[in-house]
Design a protein around this ligand. Sequence first.
Ligand SMILES: [Zn+2]
Ligand SMILES: [Zn+2]
Length: 346
Amino acid sequence: MRQLFHPSLVNDVFGDPLLYVDFEDERRALLFDLGDISALPPRKLLRVSHVFVSHAHMDHFAGFDHLLRVILGRKDRIVLFGGPDFIAQVEHKLCAYTWNVVHRYEVELVIEVHEVGGDGLAQRACFSSRTGFARQPRAAVGLAGDVLHDEMMLRVRGRFVDHGTPCLAYALEEKARVKVAKDRLAALGVSTGAWLRELKLAVFAGVPAATPIDVRWRDRLGEHAMTRSVGELRDVILDVAPGQRIGYATDLCFTEANMQTLEAIMAGVDRLFIESVFLDADRDHALRKNHLTARQAGEIARRVGARAVAPFHFSPRYEGRAQALIDEVNAAWRGQSAPLAERHTG
Ligand SMILES: [Zn+2]
Ligand SMILES: [Zn+2]
């Protein structure tokens, strides 16, 4: 079945953490973190609708200027999510430039910023190029649990983990995967039409089964119309499967509280993107730096039941030894205490 989205790490494992999530059917993408984005060409940056920043350490946020420079005058809106003080952090970046001409640009750019608090609220503000990016407060939004962003076919959850500073771990979820069974469509005596899209949207929105759908189509015999319920059509002609889920966890220390948080948000994900900064031999150093070792990352992947694991954010001290970190992650994820190579010899 076709995937709604395709996530990929943009930079090398030693580069800044950056996950680009492309959508197959739309000219659109999501970004997780905003460090060095220079590997992304403008056409890919222009597709980004939402950016989810984990925390504002430079390696996760220094790409803001680059993004702004590419989209300014070309894109009308972008939404950024971040943790405590995020609105002020964005504002301070915007305040660092002179904006005496941007109000004349034909395309107005509005940057909408959501600052996630620990209080179940997201504070909001907008910054428009028409007004020299002056801060415009917007009403705070109440969050439904850990859901930070919700749209028809997907949602993004976020929870804070401890990294010596609050840091957001994210999960991206496709709500459901829906496939039309063409043969059963014929058996029902109907044909495809605009109503199919209406039906799919109704299923994604979770409307009551009794909700009527006007089924209209045209074929060589002319126009046809009938009314059927969402439940009746769904059960007969749609195959509904769970959607793809991915986790993005970077910059955190190995504590029981952090593990419980990750378990709550990303249990059973199809793929876990997780930082693996140090080798486990340097575990004490990792603790001081509030980062994970590769083995700890693998243990987390195992504990949350990730079906695949993609490590990144390797410390430059291991340049040339990436495979050692990868092996350590995989061994722990598979439940082997020692790296694979050692296991096979012993
Ligand atoms: Zn980092
Ligand atoms: Zn950090």
